[in-house]
Design a protein around this ligand. Structure first.
Ligand code: GDP
Ligand code: IMO
Ligand code: MG
Length: 429
């Protein structure tokens, strides 16, 4: 004991990378538990500016083990590129470990992701095109290849044979695309295994041993709860269990080890890709926020959809994760915007609801009911002391606290590590 979860509370891109980098100083292990290179976690610190897709945001702290857990699906070449990029910038990557049980995102997963999206036409999910959905499908269908398999030539060949034949049938017959070349893929897979051999490890037991020693383990979430396969806005979701329960399932960490569940909320809402977003702003204010905050995807460069803070989605997210505390990021983005708005109810099908609807149709038909609050003209950007917050900004933070039902212990006022207000310490030493 103890473990701390750091979970995206909205539709991703809440600033988890910055928050994990900030809190990792107090951690011994930081482990990514879900998703794959669909994630893009921005970290800006004394080593430079980084967009991490697979490597945990604890990598910059020399005393921290950075672990890619068994629930993450990993594209080997993406990981190798990321590692060499970090090394070029002087970051030590010798303490990066990838679980031997993590599934490999194969080139055919990336191809299928693209082909399936094309086939969806106007109903496309707007995936990141990183092969995430197809890789998780194979995990569940029990035809996935895992990192441990890359180190065992004979076993790999026997597993890959059947899978390649199956994928080739799908690619050629369902999509009229070229089949998979077994020899080429097998050779590449062995090369990935060799290149990553020093990093591939049985990490689950190490994490449990560390917890037994009293080490502090940070569980770094990816995406956001509203993109969770089960609890998000299905079918416009990602293919993994993003919420805190997912961490327990895939890592084998018993729930009672998790003493802190920290939800990362952005001071407004963004979403990349398709799917319902009742508070979306299709106007000058939305465009202004997008440009001033540079709301463009870290992974795909797509413009993010921007909207006001959605209190219903936020409370729902806090409830299913049981957040013990929250972090509010990008407060500075709202500096000078007057008024600011929070959605506190939806009107849908002639009824007013204060709960996030479970029916996707109702969610699509929902129109927001706004609560307006005065904006603040004095800047919050870069503030590090809570007493310096303009009273209107402090009132906005308090209102969000009331809505989500847990204390905001950290407020982020800029992308850099130091641009943070510690209201109360989160990770207990
Ligand atoms: P993640 O996926 O949750 O790690 O978030 P991203 O890195 O995809 O997107 C968050 C963006 O907000 C990045 O560009 C960060 O550098 C930036 N950021 C994080 N916290 C703050 C903040 O408090 N203020 C400002 N202005 N930018 C922030
Ligand atoms: P981080 O960790 C924002 C979205 C995609 C798409 C949907 C499904 O940076 O917050 P996928 O490629 O996962 O099959 O796409 O999920 N998505 C994200 N949106 N941030 C992310 O990660 C995301 N990861 C996936 O845009 O709508
Ligand atoms: Mg991101």
């Amino acid at each position: 004991m103890p473990a701390y979860g750091i979970v995206g509370a909205q539709w991703g891109d809440e600033g988890k990378g910055k928050v994990v980098d900030f809190l990792a100083d107090d951690a011994d292990i930081v482990v990514r538990y879900s998703g794959g290179s669909n994630a893009g976690h921005t970290v800006i610190n004394e080593k430079g500016e980084f967009a991490l897709h697979l490597v945990p945001s604890g990598i910059f702290r020399p005393h921290v083990d950075a672990v890619i857990g068994p629930g993450v699906v990993v594209e080997p070449e993406a990981l190798l590129d990321e590692l060499s990029d970090l090394q070029e910038k002087g970051v030590d990557t010798s303490r990066l470990f990838v679980s031997d049980h993590a599934h490999v995102v194969m080139p055919y997963h990336v191809t299928l992701d693209r082909l399936e999206e094309e086939a969806r036409g106007s109903k496309a999910i707007g995936t990141t095109g990183r092969g995430i959905g197809p890789a998780y499908v194979d995990k569940v269908a029990r035809v996935g290849i895992r990192f441990g398999d890359l180190l065992d030539e004979a076993y790999l060949a026997s597993r890959l044979e059947g899978v390649v034949a199956q994928k080739s049938r799908i690619l050629t017959k369902a999509f009229d695309a070229p089949p998979v070349d077994f020899d080429d893929l097998y050779e590449r897979a062995l090369r990935w295994g060799e290149a990553l051999r020093p990093h591939i490890a049985s990490v689950e037991q190490r994490i449990l041993d560390a917890l037994a020693r009293g080490a502090r383990v940070v569980l770094e979430g990816a995406q956001g709860a509203m993109l969770d396969l089960d609890h998000g806005t299905y079918p416009y979701v990602t293919s993994s269990s993003v919420s805190i329960g997912g961490a327990c399932t895939v890592l084998g960490v018993p729930p009672r080890e998790i003493v802190g569940i920290i939800g990362v909320f952005k001071a407004y809402s963004t979403r990349v890709g398709a799917g319902p977003m009742p508070t979306e702003l299709d106007d000058a204010v939305g465009r202004d926020i997008r440009e001033r905050a540079w709301e463009y995807g870290t992974t795909t460069g797509r413009p993010r959809r921007v909207g006001w803070f959605d209190g219903l989605a936020a409370r729902y997210s806090a409830t299913i994760n049981g957040f013990t505390s929250a972090v509010l990021t990008r407060l500075d983005v709202l500096d000078g915007i007057d008024p600011v708005k929070i959605c506190t109810a939806y009107d849908a099908d002639g009824e007013r609801t204060h709960r996030f609807p479970s029916s996707p149709g109702q969610l699509e038909r929902a129109t927001p009911v706004w609560e307006e609050m005065p904006g603040w003209s004095a800047p919050t950007a870069g503030i590090t002391n809570v007493k310096q917050l303009p009273p209107e900004a402090a009132a906005y933070v308090r209102r969000i606290e009331e809505i989500i039902g847990c204390p905001i212990d950290l407020i982020s006022t800029g992308p850099r590590r130091a641009e943070s207000i510690v209201v109360r310490p989160i990770i207990l030493r």
